[in-house]
Write a protein that binds this ligand. Sequence first.
Ligand code: UD1
Ligand code: CA
Length: 458
Amino acid sequence: MRVVVLAAGAGVRMRSTLPKVLHRVAGRALVEAVLDAAAALSPSRTVVVVGADRGRIVALLEGRGVHFAVQDPPRGTGDAVARAREALGDGGGPVVVLAGDTPLLRPETLAALVALRRAKDLDLAFLTFRPPDPGDFGRVVRDSRGRPTGIVEAKNASARQKRIAEVNAGVYCFAPEALAKALPKIGRNPVSGEYYLTDAVAILAARRGKVEAAAADDWREAWGVNTRRDLAAAEELERRRGVERALDAGVTILDPGTVRIGPHVTFAPDVVLHPFVCLEGRTALSEGCEVLSFTRLLDTQLAAGVVIGPHCDAEGAVVGLNAKVGPYSRLRPGTVLEEDVRVGNFVETKNAVLRKGVKALHLAYLGDVEVGAGANIGAGVITCNYDGEKKHRTTVGEGAFIGTDTQLVAPVTVGKGAYVGAGTTVTRDVPDGALALSRPPLVVKEGWAARRKARKTG
Ligand code: UD1
Ligand code: CA
């Protein structure tokens, strides 16, 4: 199996200085999404056809193990595949051709198309779909027995052909000999002057080739992006797909129109998502979790019963059973909150392990720290973990009480059950059970305000 991804088009309809296939849907460049779907086929070789503005595309795809072929100027999809032939090698096996601008394609659908071609030993199997409006997509023409006889581009189509609801997805699986036979026969299109890969259907069908078209179960996955409108529609389709997947997994979503869920997020039943929640990356939510409005979770794991309040941001965090976070908390990578931990408003954690039942409810920075079970972190506590060059660790023992507005100057350890008084700067270790207090003596001058006033007016 070999794969060709076409990404050399000028993409003028986007009105952008960025190459079209580098525009993003759900955080991934269009061409990356297509390559991810293709990778599931485990191809022996993948060739991306790139054009004049290839620099940034090549830079983005570096390290993915793909080969590049150059098509400059872009003279149509048929010409693009012809440019890829050398880079494809003679490895044999079928050739899957994909447009670089169909980001919603699922690997399962690709695999089904490949399997169809193989099972029936077809010269060509291609994917079709029926969008609500066939718009500019190529129309699939079938004969009286339902066999595909050609694809007519919208701008070449007659009024009658334009009414055809079944359109071409730009996804093809060719037998290698059939592709070699068809490519040189593709002529210039009289209307656009381009060489259309879609003509391969008519060329093979006319020579009694075995050509079949398979319709996608869900039209949305074949959606192609040519304009900003298409891009916005793709983003919405992808968002909707995530929401539906969550609903099917037993998640309650209070306002589905506002929630975004990435393709790798996993759920258990009875999760509740409030409006404007955004779940990204490898986020995993266990049974009964609740995430409130305007919270974003990236690569974050929530154990059962966790509640994340509104306006929180978490990245690479692990949150234990029944823990409560927020509102307005920021959990940065390396945060581990164990069972029953409570983290409140304007608390930031990074590389922070908070053992069972720790409370840090207001205005704290906890970085490079381990806090023992049941310890209490007062309002305004700060781990001073950075000396301008290196990071240092802080350890707070089990059951310790860190008073309000304390600075823990790392490296430093506060022992088990120790107390640190409010306003203390802890610059050396505090033993188990001790009290640490650094407070300049309080000065109170009675009647001072009146004396000041007298000085001023006198
Ligand atoms: C193409 C199909 C159309 C189909 C639609 C599905 C053709 C002629 N038409 O139309 O039947 O319904 O896709 O989305 O194939 N490209 C190149 N070199 C070129 C021209 C294009 O590499 O010279 C690449 C583009 O970067 C793009 C892909 O091929 O990724 C498709 O080209 P595009 O111009 O978007 O074709 P459509 O008009 O959408
Ligand atoms: Ca397109």
